[in-house]
Design a protein around this ligand. Structure first.
Ligand code: DAH
Length: 340
């Protein structure tokens, strides 16, 4: 009997268990009701009276040892499994990660900026919350001009001198104040107007302003620059036409149309059967504006232009409702992925 116990003890010491199956096998062999240790208890009744205390102790200690080993093996197997979880599995198929896309307004703004960068216009930016001087006064807006009205402009309640800029022309005033000519700059940015939101208007939109100030800058330079822009933006066949207009900060002023890129000038519902699409305002910088910004108007002349980014994006991508640019509907935005 003692030998049998010793042999089992030795077997236990020699055991190595690595898998859950081996552990279960071990439990059945040693610890179950029909296992080897239980059978020792059955044989115990045949042990002589003198030996019973010692043999009893040996069987009990064997049983405890077997149970402890079982617990230890079980614990090891469980922590192995947890380690497995963290392991890098290089055979797993790659999970598709969804790339974002640039917003169509950013795409068009970048394209406009890029076109002017190529002919030497550098970017300048100014604040969205501006003072009256840079939005209106420096740009030759008379005190009673309707654009200064509460109906167009978002003023800051506490200070009537501060407003959200209604156009990026405010940046040209800032650049002229701070930079001696020659100036060739392009200013993209957000602008704000107190307008009802509709398919054609929004209270927040984007503009790009252009400014060129140097000696002998002429209207011909303006026209040539804008023709270059129109061809780059809408295609080599694009034509432009300039119609006389009025802006307080330019004299003379004009509005520029491009030949309709949808029908090629033949007439369609996008160009309202005129063959032309209006895309920007422009003109020669009014000498008063140069003076207001500290530039010698006897020595320098300049041209300026300003365009709405949404307007160009609508024409380029044939989007009929301006509000789509602001709603961030993924189904709309996904159509521009891969476009940059
Ligand atoms: N600031 C004008 C607007 O918001 C656009 C504009 C027109 C800008 C003519 C100019 C310009 O620089 O010369 O409607």
């Amino acid at each position: 009997m003692k030998n049998k116990i010793e042999t089992l003890k030795q077997q236990l010491n020699d055991l190595s268990i690595e898998t859950a199956e081996q552990l279960e096998e071990y439990r059945l062999q040693f610890l179950s009701k029909k296992g080897k240790i239980q059978s020792l208890f059955s044989d115990f009744k045949n042990v002589s009276k003198e030996e019973k205390p010692l043999v009893g102790q040996m069987i009990n200690s064997l049983k405890n040892q077997a149970q402890e080993s079982y617990n230890t093996f079980k614990e090891n197997i469980r922590s192995d499994k947890e380690e497995d979880k963290d392991e890098l599995d290089l055979t797993r198929p790659v999970e598709f990660s969804h790339f974002g896309a640039r917003h169509p307004i950013s795409l068009v703004r970048n394209e406009i900026v890029d076109i002017f960068n190529r002919i030497g216009f550098v970017i300048s930016e100014g604040p969205e919350i501006e003072d009256d001087f840079h939005i209106f006064t420096a740009l030759n807006f008379p005190q009673e001009h309707p654009a200064r009205d509460m109906q167009d402009t978002f003023f800051i309640e506490k200070d009537p001198d501060v407003a959200l800029r209604t156009h990026t022309s405010s940046v040209q005033a800032r650049v002229m104040e701070n930079t001696p000519p020659p100036i060739r700059t392009i200013s993209p940015g957000r602008v704000f107007r107190n307008e009802a939101i509709s398919a054609r208007a929004h209270c927040i939109f984007h503009q790009v302003e252009g400014l060129y100030v140097d000696k002998d800058v002429s209207f011909a330079d303006l026209k040539q620059t804008l023709l270059y822009f129109a061809k780059e933006m809408f295609g080599e066949e694009t034509k432009i036409r300039l119609r006389p207009s009025y802006f307080p900060f330019t004299e003379p002023s004009a509005e520029m149309d491009v030949s309709c890129n949808i029908c090629g000038g033949k007439g369609c519902n996008v160009c309202k059967y005129t063959g032309w699409l209006e895309i920007l305002g422009c003109g020669m910088v009014d000498p008063n504006v140069l003076r207001n910004c500290g530039i010698n108007a006897e020595e320098y002349t300049g041209f300026a232009f300003g365009m709405g980014v949404e307007r160009i994006a609508m024409l380029k991508y044939q989007v009929k409702d301006l509000r789509l640019f602001f709603e961030n509907d993924k189904r709309f935005l996904d159509q521009f992925s891969g476009a940059f």
